[in-house]
Design a protein around this ligand. Structure first.
Ligand SMILES: Nc1ncnc2c1ncn2[C@@H]1O[C@H](COP(=O)(O)OP(=O)(O)OP(=O)(O)O)[C@@H](O)[C@H]1O
Length: 380
């Protein structure tokens, strides 16, 4: 399937965002290199772009931390997008009067959006940050969150599904904590948990199936090794072989049967909030968590690039990629390979580094910007 060049940000404006009092940047399609000293504001810029996707951005920070310190607590971002369907204006931020309550506002072409999920009609943003270096060795929750973001990029309904599941789970946990024996209440909540839980598991299983097929297309002896990916989770295993209604029913029954056990534990012990993503380094036949730091990074890059291709095919929109300190763990050969893959994908990709020299092979093929204390200048 033919993938069109992705939408790209042609202008980005920041007001009172982190260490930027005000900034207006003209951006080109393709590769953008942001270099500057530690603390200059490179990651802050990527964070701003990540807020053009639903959610709390790549740091998952409270909005109070995002607003420029010493100000009134407000911040605003504007992006002009050039996409297959023409130009789109996106605005998001927090007003001082809101105080962060009720989430950030989103406007698309001047009109208020119902929620941030509407952004997915216009662009997809995918990121890879140094905090993800511990993805394979860290807690399962990090991998679940990573997986759910991958699902959300190809299936815009996934965010609402996850919210509905969490809400139902909080409701059930509250009943457990209150020592309630209200059977009808439990049944109503557990029915919701079963419906949304199975929908989550099915969406994850579908994503893993599609992504695994895409990973197959990475060259077997290439710079970014093929990963074997699988889901570890009761529901995810069942949805692969059993009709969803039957999985729902058995999950509902298991929840009802597990009430006293969960009451003793103080929380719901079963469900897709306990699942994990299992990754193996295929050429080495080794669990990802036992690979070297550089090997894990290369594995992750392979997964993220495969996912970006998949997203481009499914949504028709190649995602905008945010690659924070990407060059740090990659040797020269892998860096060059990454650059040429990104160019082939025709996506706008932002890459940061303290050392612009790591990107010198991109001279004439990328936009180079220097970041310095909350200002950004064009270097060449
Ligand atoms: N709300 C805020 N208001 C003002 N400044 C902030 C705010 N939040 C963070 N900063 C400042 O932003 C700077 C960090 O910027 P950023 O994380 O983008 O750095 P970086 O260029 O990516 O650096 P590194 O190379 O070290 O990763 C710090 O100096 C920090 O104090």
């Amino acid at each position: 399937m033919e993938t069109l060049p992705g939408p790209h940000i042609s202008r980005l404006t920041l007001t009172n965002f982190r260490n930027y009092a005000s900034l207006s940047l003209e951006l080109k399609p393709g590769l953008v290199v942001l270099s500057g000293d530690n603390g200059a504001g490179k990651t802050n810029l990527l964070e701003a772009i990540s807020l053009l996707a639903p959610g709390r951005g790549l740091r998952r920070a409270p909005y109070a931390d995002v607003a420029r310190e010493g100000n009134d607590g407000s911040f605003a971002l504007h992006a002009k997008l050039d996409g297959p369907e023409g130009e789109v204006d996106i605005g998001t931020g927090i007003m001082a009067a809101d105080g962060g309550e009720g989430g950030r506002r989103v406007r698309i072409n001047g009109a208020p959006a119902r929620n941030a999920d509407e952004l997915l009609q216009w662009l997809r943003v995918v990121w890879l940050t140094p905090s993800m270096d511990t993805l394979f060795t860290g807690p399962a929750g990090d991998r679940r969150r990573f997986l759910d973001r991958l699902v959300l990029a190809v299936d815009a309904a996934h965010g609402q599904r996850a919210l509905a599941y969490e809400k139902a789970m909080r409701g059930r946990n509250r009943l457990l904590a209150e020592n309630s024996r209200d059977h009808a209440w439990f049944e109503a909540i557990e029915t919701q948990l079963a419906e949304t839980g199975v929908a989550i598991a099915a969406a994850r299983a579908e994503l893993v199936r599609l992504l695994a097929a895409k990973i197959e297309q990475l060259p077997g002896d290439g710079p970014f090794p093929q990963a074997d990916i699988a889901l570890a989770g009761e529901l995810e295993a069942q949805v692969a072989t059993t009709p969803a209604v039957d999985v729902e029913e058995s999950f509902r029954r298991a929840l009802a049967a597990g009430r006293e056990r969960d009451r003793a534990a103080g929380r719901t012990l079963e469900g897709p909030h306990r699942s994990d993503l299992i990754v193996r380094h295929r050429p080495k036949s080794m669990p990802a968590e036992l690979c070297s730091t550089g090997e894990q990074k290369a594995l992750l890059v392979g997964i993220v690039l495969s996912h970006a291709r998949l997203t481009g095919e499914i949504s028709g929109m190649t995602p905008i990629l945010l690659l924070d300190e990407i060059a740090a763990h990659l040797d020269a050969g892998r860096r060059a390979a990454l650059f040429s893959i990104l160019e082939d994908m025709q996506c706008q990709a932002f890459m940061t580094g303290t050392d612009a020299a790591l990107f010198s092979s991109l001279e004439g093929r990328a936009q180079f910007l220097t970041v310095d204390h909350g200002t950004v200048g064009e270097t060449r």
